[in-house]
Design a protein around this ligand. Sequence first.
Ligand code: SF4
Ligand code: SF4
Length: 307
Amino acid sequence: MRKMKYLLLRRFCQFAILILFVLGNYSIATFKNVQNVEEIGIFGGDIESYIGDSSSVLAKTPSAISSIVQGNLSYSKWFNGLFSLADPLGALQIFLAGGGLALDVLLGVALVVIIYGVFLGRAYCAYVCPINLVTDLASFLRTKLGLNRAPRKLFFSRLTRFVILALGLALSAIFSVAAFELLSPISMLHRGVVFGMGFGVFAIVAVFLFDLFMVKNGFCGHICPLGAMYSLIGKFALLRVSHNVANCTKCMQCVQICPEPEVLKPIGKESGAFKTMTCLRCGRCIEACDDNALTFSILNLTLKERK
Ligand code: SF4
Ligand code: SF4
Protein backbone atom coordinates (compact mmCIF):
# COMPACT_ATOMS: atom_id res chain seq x y z
CA MET A 1 0.00 0.00 0.00
CA ARG A 2 2.86 2.39 0.89
CA LYS A 3 4.23 1.84 -2.64
CA MET A 4 0.94 3.02 -4.11
CA LYS A 5 0.12 5.96 -1.87
CA TYR A 6 0.57 8.62 -4.56
CA LEU A 7 -1.26 6.53 -7.14
CA LEU A 8 -4.19 6.13 -4.75
CA LEU A 9 -4.10 9.84 -3.90
CA ARG A 10 -4.13 10.75 -7.58
CA ARG A 11 -7.02 8.44 -8.39
CA PHE A 12 -8.95 9.67 -5.37
CA CYS A 13 -8.51 13.33 -6.45
CA GLN A 14 -9.35 12.65 -10.10
CA PHE A 15 -12.52 10.66 -9.35
CA ALA A 16 -13.62 12.89 -6.46
CA ILE A 17 -13.38 15.98 -8.70
CA LEU A 18 -15.37 14.27 -11.47
CA ILE A 19 -18.03 13.04 -9.03
CA LEU A 20 -18.36 16.48 -7.43
CA PHE A 21 -18.87 18.08 -10.83
CA VAL A 22 -21.44 15.48 -11.88
CA LEU A 23 -23.44 15.86 -8.66
CA GLY A 24 -22.93 19.62 -8.56
CA ASN A 25 -24.59 19.98 -11.94
CA TYR A 26 -27.46 17.64 -11.05
CA SER A 27 -30.89 19.06 -10.38
CA ILE A 28 -34.53 17.94 -10.07
CA ALA A 29 -37.04 19.53 -12.41
CA THR A 30 -40.81 19.36 -11.90
CA PHE A 31 -42.67 19.19 -15.21
CA LYS A 32 -46.30 19.70 -15.99
CA ASN A 33 -47.55 17.99 -19.12
CA VAL A 34 -51.02 17.19 -20.42
CA GLN A 35 -51.47 14.07 -18.28
CA ASN A 36 -49.78 14.86 -14.99
CA VAL A 37 -47.02 16.53 -13.06
CA GLU A 38 -43.75 14.60 -12.84
CA GLU A 39 -40.27 15.03 -11.46
CA ILE A 40 -37.15 14.23 -13.44
CA GLY A 41 -33.51 14.22 -12.35
CA ILE A 42 -31.37 16.21 -14.76
CA PHE A 43 -27.63 15.84 -15.13
CA GLY A 44 -25.79 18.84 -16.50
CA GLY A 45 -28.77 21.19 -16.46
CA ASP A 46 -29.82 20.29 -20.01
CA ILE A 47 -33.47 20.97 -19.31
CA GLU A 48 -34.49 21.70 -22.92
CA SER A 49 -33.96 18.11 -24.01
CA TYR A 50 -36.67 16.99 -21.57
CA ILE A 51 -39.31 19.49 -22.59
CA GLY A 52 -41.78 18.33 -25.21
CA ASP A 53 -44.30 20.63 -26.93
CA SER A 54 -46.91 19.94 -24.30
CA SER A 55 -44.71 20.33 -21.20
CA SER A 56 -43.74 23.24 -19.03
CA VAL A 57 -41.30 23.45 -16.12
CA LEU A 58 -42.84 24.29 -12.76
CA ALA A 59 -39.64 24.30 -10.72
CA LYS A 60 -35.98 23.36 -10.95
CA THR A 61 -34.22 22.54 -7.69
CA PRO A 62 -30.43 22.18 -7.53
CA SER A 63 -29.00 19.18 -5.67
CA ALA A 64 -27.47 19.69 -2.21
CA ILE A 65 -24.01 19.23 -3.72
CA SER A 66 -24.61 22.10 -6.16
CA SER A 67 -23.58 24.42 -3.35
CA ILE A 68 -20.13 22.77 -3.36
CA VAL A 69 -19.35 23.16 -7.05
CA GLN A 70 -21.01 24.14 -10.30
CA GLY A 71 -19.55 24.52 -13.75
CA ASN A 72 -16.75 22.63 -15.45
CA LEU A 73 -12.97 22.56 -15.64
CA SER A 74 -12.93 25.72 -17.77
CA TYR A 75 -14.76 27.72 -15.11
CA SER A 76 -16.29 26.62 -11.83
CA LYS A 77 -17.82 28.21 -8.76
CA TRP A 78 -17.10 26.64 -5.38
CA PHE A 79 -19.01 26.77 -2.09
CA ASN A 80 -21.92 28.91 -3.22
CA GLY A 81 -19.63 31.26 -5.13
CA LEU A 82 -17.14 31.76 -2.27
CA PHE A 83 -14.39 31.49 -4.89
CA SER A 84 -14.08 30.48 -8.51
CA LEU A 85 -11.46 28.57 -10.49
CA ALA A 86 -10.78 29.16 -14.18
CA ASP A 87 -8.58 27.47 -16.76
CA PRO A 88 -5.74 29.93 -17.53
CA LEU A 89 -5.25 28.63 -21.07
CA GLY A 90 -8.95 28.86 -21.88
CA ALA A 91 -9.12 32.39 -20.49
CA LEU A 92 -6.00 33.47 -22.38
CA GLN A 93 -7.41 32.12 -25.63
CA ILE A 94 -10.70 33.96 -25.08
CA PHE A 95 -8.80 37.16 -24.28
CA LEU A 96 -6.64 36.86 -27.41
CA ALA A 97 -9.75 36.08 -29.45
CA GLY A 98 -11.14 39.44 -28.38
CA GLY A 99 -13.60 38.18 -25.78
CA GLY A 100 -14.20 40.00 -22.51
CA LEU A 101 -13.29 38.29 -19.24
CA ALA A 102 -15.55 38.85 -16.24
CA LEU A 103 -13.96 39.71 -12.90
CA ASP A 104 -14.99 36.28 -11.58
CA VAL A 105 -13.02 34.59 -14.33
CA LEU A 106 -9.95 36.78 -13.80
CA LEU A 107 -10.02 36.02 -10.07
CA GLY A 108 -10.45 32.32 -10.89
CA VAL A 109 -7.40 32.41 -13.17
CA ALA A 110 -5.36 34.27 -10.53
CA LEU A 111 -6.20 31.66 -7.89
CA VAL A 112 -5.23 28.80 -10.19
CA VAL A 113 -1.95 30.51 -11.10
CA ILE A 114 -1.15 31.04 -7.41
CA ILE A 115 -1.99 27.42 -6.47
CA TYR A 116 0.10 25.84 -9.21
CA GLY A 117 2.64 28.61 -9.75
CA VAL A 118 3.64 29.00 -6.12
CA PHE A 119 3.00 25.58 -4.66
CA LEU A 120 2.13 22.60 -6.85
CA GLY A 121 3.86 23.04 -10.21
CA ARG A 122 2.36 20.92 -12.97
CA ALA A 123 0.37 18.79 -10.49
CA TYR A 124 -2.88 19.61 -12.37
CA CYS A 125 -1.89 16.94 -14.89
CA ALA A 126 -1.43 14.20 -12.29
CA TYR A 127 -4.26 15.00 -9.86
CA VAL A 128 -7.03 16.82 -11.76
CA CYS A 129 -7.01 16.28 -15.53
CA PRO A 130 -9.40 13.49 -16.55
CA ILE A 131 -7.37 12.66 -19.67
CA ASN A 132 -4.61 11.49 -17.36
CA LEU A 133 -6.85 8.50 -16.52
CA VAL A 134 -6.97 7.62 -20.23
CA THR A 135 -3.26 8.11 -20.90
CA ASP A 136 -2.27 6.26 -17.71
CA LEU A 137 -4.40 3.31 -18.85
CA ALA A 138 -2.70 3.37 -22.26
CA SER A 139 0.70 3.54 -20.57
CA PHE A 140 -0.18 0.62 -18.28
CA LEU A 141 -1.32 -1.50 -21.25
CA ARG A 142 1.79 -0.55 -23.26
CA THR A 143 3.94 -1.94 -20.49
CA LYS A 144 1.82 -5.08 -20.04
CA LEU A 145 1.79 -5.80 -23.80
CA GLY A 146 5.54 -5.18 -24.13
CA LEU A 147 4.99 -2.38 -26.63
CA ASN A 148 7.68 -0.22 -25.05
CA ARG A 149 10.26 -2.68 -26.35
CA ALA A 150 8.98 -2.45 -29.94
CA PRO A 151 10.77 -0.06 -32.34
CA ARG A 152 9.31 3.46 -32.20
CA LYS A 153 6.98 4.25 -35.05
CA LEU A 154 7.09 8.01 -34.73
CA PHE A 155 9.73 10.44 -33.49
CA PHE A 156 9.00 13.96 -32.41
CA SER A 157 10.29 16.28 -29.75
CA ARG A 158 8.68 16.86 -26.37
CA LEU A 159 9.05 20.55 -27.16
CA THR A 160 6.27 20.13 -29.74
CA ARG A 161 3.68 20.84 -27.01
CA PHE A 162 5.16 24.31 -26.47
CA VAL A 163 4.99 24.96 -30.22
CA ILE A 164 1.35 23.80 -30.21
CA LEU A 165 0.67 26.09 -27.24
CA ALA A 166 2.10 29.09 -29.12
CA LEU A 167 0.24 28.07 -32.28
CA GLY A 168 -3.05 27.70 -30.40
CA LEU A 169 -2.69 31.19 -28.93
CA ALA A 170 -1.72 32.68 -32.29
CA LEU A 171 -4.68 31.01 -34.02
CA SER A 172 -7.01 32.26 -31.28
CA ALA A 173 -5.85 35.82 -31.95
CA ILE A 174 -6.01 35.48 -35.74
CA PHE A 175 -9.39 33.75 -36.04
CA SER A 176 -11.04 35.27 -32.95
CA VAL A 177 -11.91 31.87 -31.57
CA ALA A 178 -10.53 29.83 -28.63
CA ALA A 179 -8.64 27.49 -30.95
CA PHE A 180 -7.55 24.69 -28.59
CA GLU A 181 -10.92 24.65 -26.82
CA LEU A 182 -12.55 23.58 -30.09
CA LEU A 183 -10.39 20.45 -30.19
CA SER A 184 -9.45 19.82 -26.58
CA PRO A 185 -10.02 16.18 -25.59
CA ILE A 186 -9.73 17.33 -21.96
CA SER A 187 -12.83 19.53 -22.23
CA MET A 188 -14.60 16.87 -24.32
CA LEU A 189 -14.00 14.17 -21.71
CA HIS A 190 -14.86 16.35 -18.73
CA ARG A 191 -18.00 17.80 -20.30
CA GLY A 192 -18.88 14.33 -21.61
CA VAL A 193 -18.79 12.84 -18.11
CA VAL A 194 -20.60 15.75 -16.48
CA PHE A 195 -23.11 16.75 -19.16
CA GLY A 196 -23.30 13.69 -21.45
CA MET A 197 -20.90 12.32 -24.04
CA GLY A 198 -21.25 13.10 -27.73
CA PHE A 199 -18.85 12.77 -30.67
CA GLY A 200 -16.03 13.82 -28.31
CA VAL A 201 -15.66 10.13 -27.50
CA PHE A 202 -13.78 9.70 -30.80
CA ALA A 203 -11.16 12.27 -29.75
CA ILE A 204 -10.67 10.45 -26.45
CA VAL A 205 -10.33 7.07 -28.17
CA ALA A 206 -7.83 8.66 -30.59
CA VAL A 207 -5.71 9.89 -27.64
CA PHE A 208 -5.84 6.41 -26.09
CA LEU A 209 -4.83 4.63 -29.29
CA PHE A 210 -2.11 7.19 -30.03
CA ASP A 211 -0.54 6.63 -26.61
CA LEU A 212 -1.01 2.86 -26.76
CA PHE A 213 0.33 2.13 -30.22
CA MET A 214 2.23 5.15 -31.51
CA VAL A 215 4.22 7.09 -28.89
CA LYS A 216 4.87 6.38 -25.21
CA ASN A 217 3.31 9.23 -23.20
CA GLY A 218 2.43 10.65 -26.61
CA PHE A 219 -0.36 13.09 -25.85
CA CYS A 220 0.60 14.45 -22.41
CA GLY A 221 4.34 14.29 -22.98
CA HIS A 222 4.48 15.66 -26.51
CA ILE A 223 1.27 17.35 -27.66
CA CYS A 224 -0.94 18.80 -24.95
CA PRO A 225 -0.69 22.61 -24.76
CA LEU A 226 -2.48 22.69 -21.39
CA GLY A 227 0.24 20.51 -19.87
CA ALA A 228 2.79 22.87 -21.46
CA MET A 229 0.98 25.84 -19.96
CA TYR A 230 0.96 24.32 -16.47
CA SER A 231 4.67 23.47 -16.88
CA LEU A 232 5.38 27.15 -17.53
CA ILE A 233 3.10 28.34 -14.74
CA GLY A 234 4.72 25.92 -12.28
CA LYS A 235 8.33 26.52 -13.33
CA PHE A 236 9.28 28.08 -9.99
CA ALA A 237 6.83 26.20 -7.74
CA LEU A 238 7.98 25.16 -4.29
CA LEU A 239 6.96 21.48 -4.34
CA ARG A 240 9.76 19.40 -5.90
CA VAL A 241 11.06 15.86 -6.10
CA SER A 242 14.40 15.62 -4.30
CA HIS A 243 17.20 13.12 -4.74
CA ASN A 244 19.57 11.74 -2.12
CA VAL A 245 22.46 10.32 -4.13
CA ALA A 246 23.98 8.59 -1.09
CA ASN A 247 21.01 6.16 -1.05
CA CYS A 248 20.84 5.67 -4.84
CA THR A 249 21.86 2.25 -6.26
CA LYS A 250 21.41 3.48 -9.86
CA CYS A 251 18.81 0.78 -10.60
CA MET A 252 17.00 3.37 -12.77
CA GLN A 253 13.53 2.03 -11.89
CA CYS A 254 12.44 5.65 -11.37
CA VAL A 255 13.56 6.67 -14.86
CA GLN A 256 11.73 3.73 -16.43
CA ILE A 257 8.42 4.64 -14.84
CA CYS A 258 8.62 8.45 -15.12
CA PRO A 259 6.35 9.96 -17.81
CA GLU A 260 8.85 12.85 -18.17
CA PRO A 261 12.21 11.05 -17.88
CA GLU A 262 14.31 14.15 -18.64
CA VAL A 263 13.36 15.40 -15.15
CA LEU A 264 15.42 12.55 -13.70
CA LYS A 265 18.59 13.08 -15.75
CA PRO A 266 20.66 13.88 -12.62
CA ILE A 267 19.73 10.56 -10.96
CA GLY A 268 22.77 8.87 -9.43
CA LYS A 269 24.97 11.93 -9.92
CA GLU A 270 24.04 14.65 -7.46
CA SER A 271 21.71 15.25 -4.51
CA GLY A 272 19.14 18.03 -4.61
CA ALA A 273 15.68 19.07 -5.77
CA PHE A 274 14.95 18.67 -9.49
CA LYS A 275 14.04 21.87 -11.27
CA THR A 276 12.75 20.66 -14.64
CA MET A 277 9.35 22.28 -15.12
CA THR A 278 7.64 19.33 -16.82
CA CYS A 279 7.60 17.20 -13.63
CA LEU A 280 3.98 16.29 -12.82
CA ARG A 281 4.62 15.71 -9.10
CA CYS A 282 2.92 12.36 -9.70
CA GLY A 283 5.19 10.57 -7.21
CA ARG A 284 5.65 7.50 -9.45
CA CYS A 285 9.44 7.77 -9.14
CA ILE A 286 9.22 7.95 -5.35
CA GLU A 287 6.99 4.86 -5.25
CA ALA A 288 9.31 2.97 -7.63
CA CYS A 289 12.46 3.68 -5.62
CA ASP A 290 13.27 0.83 -3.20
CA ASP A 291 16.29 2.66 -1.78
CA ASN A 292 14.67 5.73 -0.26
CA ALA A 293 16.63 7.97 -2.62
CA LEU A 294 13.69 10.12 -3.74
CA THR A 295 11.18 12.17 -1.81
CA PHE A 296 8.96 15.22 -2.13
CA SER A 297 10.48 18.38 -0.70
CA ILE A 298 9.76 22.06 -0.46
CA LEU A 299 12.34 23.87 -2.59
CA ASN A 300 15.10 25.65 -0.64
CA LEU A 301 13.74 24.46 2.68
CA THR A 302 15.02 20.89 2.62
CA LEU A 303 17.67 19.41 0.35
CA LYS A 304 19.95 21.69 -1.64
CA GLU A 305 18.46 22.91 -4.93
CA ARG A 306 20.03 21.36 -8.04
CA LYS A 307 21.56 23.89 -10.41
S1 SF4 B 1 -0.74 17.01 -20.41
FE1 SF4 B 1 -2.78 17.78 -20.96
S2 SF4 B 1 -4.06 15.97 -21.23
FE2 SF4 B 1 -2.19 15.33 -20.16
S3 SF4 B 1 -2.74 15.41 -18.02
FE3 SF4 B 1 -1.82 17.41 -18.53
S4 SF4 B 1 -3.53 18.76 -19.12
FE4 SF4 B 1 -4.28 16.64 -19.13
S1 SF4 C 1 10.12 12.97 -11.73
FE1 SF4 C 1 8.78 11.66 -10.48
S2 SF4 C 1 7.10 13.03 -9.86
FE2 SF4 C 1 8.13 14.02 -11.60
S3 SF4 C 1 7.01 13.31 -13.44
FE3 SF4 C 1 8.71 11.89 -13.11
S4 SF4 C 1 7.83 10.20 -11.92
FE4 SF4 C 1 6.41 11.97 -11.73
